[in-house]
Design a protein around this ligand. Structure first.
Ligand code: NDP
Length: 483
């Protein structure tokens, strides 16, 4: 496959002002394609086209919107293996995960296809006689979507599906590391019977195309997933224009392993949540807080588990952990290993780049023990196959450590005690709490998001998505007396 697409505006594919090359992180000799980068004029044109298309789409009604979303979702699920292969080839996750991601993306569309048909709104009596009140949801307008590379199909899907379901138009700036996935998703949306300009793909560098998009006064709402520094800039730009904004950002997800936990289950969940997706998940377990009574036994088994993981080419059968996404990310990961050693943490396994038959960005799953919560490794999001173990003497101490973070996306506890599990559920400051489950792994029909620096604005997914993708109108009707 050699692609040259990247820009879809006003119902047509266009050439880019410049091009970028996309290589497979599992095999740097594999060029996936070259992809267009939008100019400022193309971005502006996409916004104008979106503005024109949005009222046409809203007026088309709920059956039309339902049918279109259902068709997109059904095709994504049917082609999960084919498009999942593209995801794995350019992002580096093992094929089973790539395929699973695309299937999940399809589920977001079919879920929101059904959500279109839900009766939205409220009726109320007025405090003034003879007046009726209704409260309805209307589209917010033109939605800018800026998405990251780690879930290049699922993350945009959980934003695009509700945006279209609630009657909005979309201008999407995908991550520049994963353009092929963006094109694959756009091709499916583009073949639907929708107004030209309703959905636009404007690939390009974040600091250039992304920045211009989020600063535009022609955008009514911005949905972003990515890093905290970029999120802060987007929030500042949004406030300048009074644009509605929703952001999912960094994390430092803790997982508490108590002395009464099922040890093997705890190791399996910690290892899966720390190293799955090469640790490049916003829900990854990066701080393991372990009760001192089982600390040594847990750590020994965790290291065995990490060392047994098969790191290799994402498309090769048997691979459990693919490469890191890019050279820059790998360098950052290895720098964090040095930071950890420098801070006095004990490197138990991994920490180095691996050689495989093909040249790629492979890194060994890495476990640090003897860490403290004030170390940089436990404060900053690394987005790496690195996890840090801390010791706690009691449940209370473990909870205090878990809560001592600027982030609050997901958090987990492994315990057989109902009392501890219930207390944790109520007192852990995080958007999603998991009991006897990994910190990663969420459903598509319920809200997803965090607290603190992890999230800003209304929640994503499930019925809660309506809060962001719609605006509420309260109508007062004085019908008068019949003549
Ligand atoms: P970024 O936040 O830089 O990128 C996310 C998206 O924002 C991309 O589409 C990017 O475009 C775009 N972007 C970048 N700069 C701007 C800008 N000034 N204005 C508007 N949009 C912009 O994350 P990275 O992909 O560079 O990853 C860096 C770190 O971010 C990771 O190491 C990880 O810690 C964190 N991260 C967290 C994620 C999460 O789910 N919580 C997801 C991804 C990253 P482009 O691709 O062209 O740069």
């Amino acid at each position: 496959m050699s692609q040259t697409k990247g820009i879809y505006i006003a119902g047509r594919w266009e050439d880019g002002a410049t091009m970028i090359e996309n290589r497979n992180p599992s095999d740097l000799s594999d060029v996936i394609g070259t992809y267009g980068q939008a100019s400022a004029a193309q971005l502006d044109e996409s916004l104008a086209a979106a503005r024109k298309a949005q009222p046409i789409w809203w007026a088309a009604g709920i059956q039309k919107r339902h049918d279109v979303l259902m068709a997109i979702g059904t095709e994504l699920m049917a082609r999960a293996e084919e498009i999942g292969t593209i995801v794995s080839r350019e992002e580096g996750k093992p094929l089973a995960e790539g395929k699973g991601e695309v299937y999940r993306a399809g589920q977001f569309f079919t879920y929101f296809a059904a959500e279109v048909l839900r009766n939205q709104g409220d009726l109320a009596e007025s405090v003034r006689p003879g007046i009726e009140i209704d409260v309805r949801r209307e589209p917010v307008g033109v939605v800018a979507i800026v998405s990251p590379w780690n879930f290049p199909v699922a993350t945009p899907a959980w934003k695009i599906a509700p945006a279209l379901a609630f009657g909005n138009a979309v201008v999407w700036k995908p991550a520049n590391l994963t353009p092929a996935s963006a094109v694959a998703l756009t091709e499916i949306i583009a073949k639907q019977d929708i107004p030209a300009g309703l959905f636009n793909l404007v690939s390009g560098p974040g600091r250039d195309v992304g920045q211009r998009l989020v600063e535009s006064r022609d955008v009514d709402a911005i949905s972003f997933t990515g890093s905290v520094p970029v999120g802060r800039g987007i929030a500042a730009a949004a406030v300048q224009n009074m644009t509605k904004v929703q952001m999912e950002m960094g994390s430092k997800n803790p997982m508490i392993i108590m002395d009464d936990a099922d040890l093997d289950l705890a190791v399996a969940h910690a290892s899966g949540a720390a190293f799955g997706g090469t640790g490049q998940k916003c829900t990854a377990a990066s701080r393991l807080i372990v009760h001192e009574a089982i600390h040594d036994a847990f750590v020994e088994k965790l290291v065995q588990s990490a060392q047994a993981l098969n790191v290799g080419h994402a498309l090769e059968a048997g691979t459990q952990i693919g490469p890191v996404v890019s050279e820059g990310q790998l360098k950052q990961n290895l720098d964090y290993v040095d930071v950890g050693k420098g801070e006095g943490a004990e490197l138990l396994c991994g920490g180095d780049r691996l050689n495989r038959p093909t040249e790629g960005y492979y890194m060994a799953p890495t476990v640090f023990a003897g860490t403290r919560n004030d170390m940089r490794m436990n404060r900053e999001e690394m987005f790496a196959p690195i996890t840090c173990v801390m010791k706690a003497g009691s449940y209370d101490e473990a909870l205090a450590i878990a809560n001592d973070s600027e982030f609050g996306l997901t958090a987990g506890i492994m315990t057989k005690s109902l009392a501890r599990a219930s207390h944790f559920r109520a007192n852990m400051r995080a958007g999603c709490v998991m009991v006897n489950l990994p910190t990663a792994g969420t459903d598509y029909h319920v809200p997803f998001g965090g607290r603190g620096a992890s999230s800003f604005g209304p929640r994503e997914q499930g019925t809660y998505a309506a809060e962001f993708y719609t605006t509420v109108k309260t109508a007062y009707v004085g019908a008068g007396a019949p003549e």
